[in-house]
Design a protein around this ligand. Sequence first.
Ligand code: ADP
Ligand code: MG
Length: 901
Amino acid sequence: MNAPASPAQISSATPDPAAGASPVMAQFFEAKARQPDALVFFRMGDFYELFFEDAQKAAAALGITLTARGQFNGQPIPMAGVPVHAAEAYLSKLIRCGFKVAVCEQMEDPAEAKKRGSKSVVRRDVVRIVTPGTLTEDGLLDARGANRLAAIAVRGGAAAVASVEISTGEVECLGTSVGGLASALAALGPSEVLVPDRLFSDETVGAALKAAGGFVQPLPSALAEPSASEARLKRLYGVDTLDGFGQLSGAEVSALGLIAAHLETTQAGKLPALSPPRRAGEADVMAIDPATRASLEIEKTLSGGRDGSLLAAIDRTVTAPGARLLAARLARPLLDPAAIDARLDAVAWFCEHRAQRQRLREQLKGLGDMARALSRLALGRGGPRDLGTLRDGLQASEAIVGLFASTHDPLVEPPAEIASALAALNLDLHADLLAYRDLLASGLGAELPAQARDGGYVAEGVRPELDGARALRDDSRRVVAQLEARLAADSGVALKIRHNAVLGYFVECTAKAAEPMMAPPLNATFIHRQTLANQVRFTTVELAELDAKIAQAAERALAIEIETFEAWRAAAIQVAAGLQAAAEAAARLDVAAGLAEWAEDVGASRPVVDRSTAFEAEQARHPVVEAAVRRAGDAYTPNDCRLDGAGAAGPRLAIVTGPNMAGKSTFLRQNALLAILAQSGCFVPAKALRLGVVDRLFSRVGAGDDLARGRSTFMLEMVETAAILTQATPRSLVILDEIGRGTATYDGLAIAWACAEALHETNRCRGLFATHYHELAVLEDRLAFVANLSLKAKEWNGDLIFLHEAGPGPADRSYGVQVAKLAGVPPQVVARAKDVLERLEREAGAPAHLEDLPLFAAAMASVEEPRGPSPVEDALKALDLDGMSPREAMDALYRLKGLLP
Ligand code: ADP
Ligand code: MG
């Protein structure tokens, strides 16, 4: 058998691959040449066909049959096809498998092509390239999740991340440093990232891309050139100058330019209705690196699900756009106390105005996804149902505003955040939206099909010509019904008049009944058209005339409907900014009311966020663990936590000890989550929280806890720890959970010790340090702002009871043996372990050698002054911690000391 030809072979064999191909295949080659790295969905009638390697790849990925169509260069052409009506499901699968798909449509009716001559081929063109970041169909999108396309660029040492959510038109831009790319990207969770190919090989960029996930699309670096980017951006927004967007940095322009370039190619010239870029800098949002984000399970759990995440625990929104906005806020907590307070004001107001909140939530439930509907319309992929979403959305907007007006009490003015949302929703303030609402309300019919070409959606009385054409069509249908009765009576044959797309109207009867119709005199009236197994089909002159009339009227009616749809679509784009603002306003109300709902459910309170370095949590709880503990029928123990970066109102660093399972990890994370919630503008599950804004949040878990992820090694743990020690500032919050556990005891202790000292002395950040090295308890006496905390357990009748209560002082012992007993280790083994433990404890004594250790502060003070790297720093840098034995680690510490002047 011949091996199938492939376009690659063909192009290497002949300079023009299309030479010798049939006209249709020549069209395919042309489309494929323009999109070599995408699968081409080539429209042929009711199917999208794939050819050559595309067919082989798609058949394998989709499990569809591989066939062949004709020959090329004497070899069969492999082909696979998917029906157009089911294309979405196949597309979604291919995208998830990492393919790009170029959709090549028929650009005219086959009848149209015929007019140019019997041999002419239907015109086809690529109308869109489907990539993970450019999806707009509801069937391909997660309604409650964002789908962002991001781009990164670096220029003159500064970096930027731009992103667009094509399905809603939201554009964002974040200026950062190369080192900040990982955090910035992770906050967006993009499904596709555009990278100039020059940056692709950069190690830091590569690591950031890997950590952020998503489909990485390298683009020619030339596309990120400043002047080309600027020109493309202006085209994208249809503006003469970018000044209206504020002072964009070179890197920001480049990143946005890459997005513009990608949209131009993938959308084949059709542009979405985009909002101006919303800009943020590093000074605006809390930096949370990918490892911290993952370990705190903010938006998803370590296993990748939404359930069990912080987001899932607090999300009480009732609309998909609201859910997306809440996720976006939680992903990027703010730094400005005033901005945070504005959000908290809204939540607080909805907490106080319960009835108002319930009525609002009822109204919101009926609200569709206006932003996504609008975006589809703008891209020419929308249908009457999307117009329906806009109409219903605008009507709901009015109802929402009405809710607030009717119960309006001048004494309880809603705060600015709510008032501004209501202003955006108030159609009386937006004449254009009001007019558009009226247009759709009176113009759209009750039944709305997905596609404009399905017809029947323009209401009666909107266009007189349409009503006329429809009346003609319907009248003629009535005449057909009369004709059927008359023909049956006259001929004495039991016949029916039916309709299909190929024959139009026809007379049908059984083969037996048809016999007299094919003989005189009836054959003068009935003209034979088709004989099937059991039926015979005829037409008559009268029926053919009626058929033509009906077809014409229907065609005319549909043409008018499509024309009307196009006009309404264009009108939607005219008011796009207003519609987007209304959609966003409704989402903001949904978020604030949803957070109030959650606050009431779980008894959360309003945090106080200021510019101090305080962290004072009173009776706080972990929202996710609490829910789990409660489901199991237990009570959750609230805990206080008091820290102060300045060391005044509390310790800067708390060393947290306690037996396994006592609640150390829960306590640590709970406090980190409080900071995220508070700065995102959410209430917090605590009696009270006072928080000085946290600029960077770090959370690391010792390697042992992370084995489930299968990739966390001790090395990775140390790399991540190093990142904290170099990046944490006095405004940061650091959570270290059993760092150093992944190596031998003395190694681990030495590292834990040194890290704790460095955090306290050099980074001077607020920190919680959970450890099973009880030796670290002595740091309380050695360092000014360190305190011991422990999670209590007690033995009772030989059993161990966890109180989950955090209190001052170190844990007295680790109760490891008791935990082993709880876990069901056989009694003989437990008894033996007790023996061994007693012996070890008797022999060990106090770790005197550690108490002799020179003070870290004294050591560092002399290193701090000269700016360049000191001998100590150099020596520290050169240490291969991972390759050291415990003995070598201690030696190294002494050597470091010896280097001091
Ligand atoms: P550790 O890190 O000390 O080993 P964890 O934080 O993993 O302990 O907690 C172990 C379990 O104890 C949790 O899964 C949870 O079920 C329970 N727990 C933790 N903290 C509390 C608390 N404050 N109140 C009630 N149960 C808790
Ligand atoms: Mg733990």
